[in-house]
Design a protein around this ligand. Structure first.
Ligand code: ZN
Ligand code: ZN
Length: 330
């Protein structure tokens, strides 16, 4: 197998030939068809999010085919089946979070491409119970971004509240372009906030159903019921609070964010909430995949051969990608 390996944060990934791994108890080997590139991968490669051990293969938006089974397989996983491998790769099942339906907050989790090797590779080993059987139509390149941009976007949308009819999305990248379509399908009005001057992203947002698109430092045309921040920019938190009505919510969808600047208490007052989204549960994944099967999602991707992962990361860092970057093993 081949993998793009992170030896040290801040250094480019290195192509490595490895012996094909064998799945252990409860594990499968997945032959990767496509793996999308998430901003979290960028945080890992840039050293903003430490990984437990190096070297590490990033990548947690995997679509692939089960090509070897370990022992003790859970029901429902078969050789030759297409699965998705998301960020949540293992939970302990015993901590207070796992036993209360909040496995996304597990005390001893393993995350794909973080605590175990991920999908910037031709193959990976995954725990079968955390693989998502896929009976969605579509090609693997278009399915891959659903595995994190879609899933985390979905959890963020849920936390924004069912009553959020006027919804602001800050940062119109991979996650926002998917979740905007889901929100519009649900009858919400979407307001897209991009980097000032990014008229291409604003036009992209309007083309996907946003009723308004503008710069993040612009006032929204209405008071928002909720806002979701996908851009990892702490300075957006007070801006989004300012744009949100009494009792509204500001949901931070990323795993890492620059510092939030000091802001006057009156922006938070009147029962506004600021909250973060951490990881996902398998329940979220099943709910979102059900939704994705009914909403005709337009998934915008830019494909790169696996060996050009560094180029994909650089393009994401510079905001040069419309939609999602996806790596494809040759
Ligand atoms: Zn991700
Ligand atoms: Zn746990």
């Amino acid at each position: 197998m081949r993998a793009m390996v992170l030896d040290q944060p801040g250094r480019p990934l290195r192509l490595e030939q490895r012996v094909d791994p064998q799945p252990g108890a409860g594990e499968v080997r997945v032959r990767v068809e496509a793996c999308a590139v998430c901003r979290t991968d960028l945080h890992i490669v840039d050293g903003e999010l430490p990984v437990p051990r190096l070297p590490r293969v990033p990548g947690h938006e995997v679509i692939g085919i089960v090509d070897a089974l370990g022992t003790d397989m859970p029901p429902g996983i078969a050789l030759g089946e297409r699965v998705g491998v998301p960020w949540l790769g293992h939970t302990c099942g015993a901590c207070p979070y796992c036993t209360s339906g909040r496995e996304n907050l597990c005390d001893a989790p393993l995350f794909t491409g973080h605590g175990r090797d991920g999908g910037f590779a031709t193959h990976l080993i995954a725990e079968a119970a955390y693989c998502l059987p896929l009976d969605l139509p579509g090609d693997p390149v278009h399915l891959a971004p659903l595995m994190c941009a879609g899933l985390i976007g979905w959890r963020s949308l849920r936390l924004a509240g069912d009553d959020a009819r006027d919804l602001g999305l800050y940062g119109f990248g991979a996650a926002a372009h998917l979740i905007a379509q889901v929100a519009v399908h649900q009858g919400r009005r979407v307001y897209a906030f991009t980097r000032p001057g990014d008229s291409a992203a604003q036009a992209f947002a309007r083309s996907l159903g946003a009723v308004w698109a503008g710069a993040s430092d612009q006032a929204a045309p209405v008071a928002l019921d909720a806002a979701i921040l996908f851009a990892p920019v702490g300075a957006l938190v007070p801006l989004a609070l300012r744009a949100t009505r009494k009792g509204g919510r500001v949901v931070c969808g990323g795993i890492h964010m620059s510092d939030i600047p000091q802001f006057p208490y009156r922006l938070l007052w009147e029962e506004r909430h600021v909250l973060s989204v951490a990881n996902l549960t398998r329940g979220d994944a099943h709910d979102f995949l059900r939704v994705a099967a009914t909403v005709p999602l337009e998934v915008r991707t830019t494909a790169y051969p696996l060996e050009r992962a560094n180029e994909a990361l650089a393009d994401l860092r510079l905001g040069r990608i419309e939609g999602a970057a996806v790596l494809i093993p040759a």
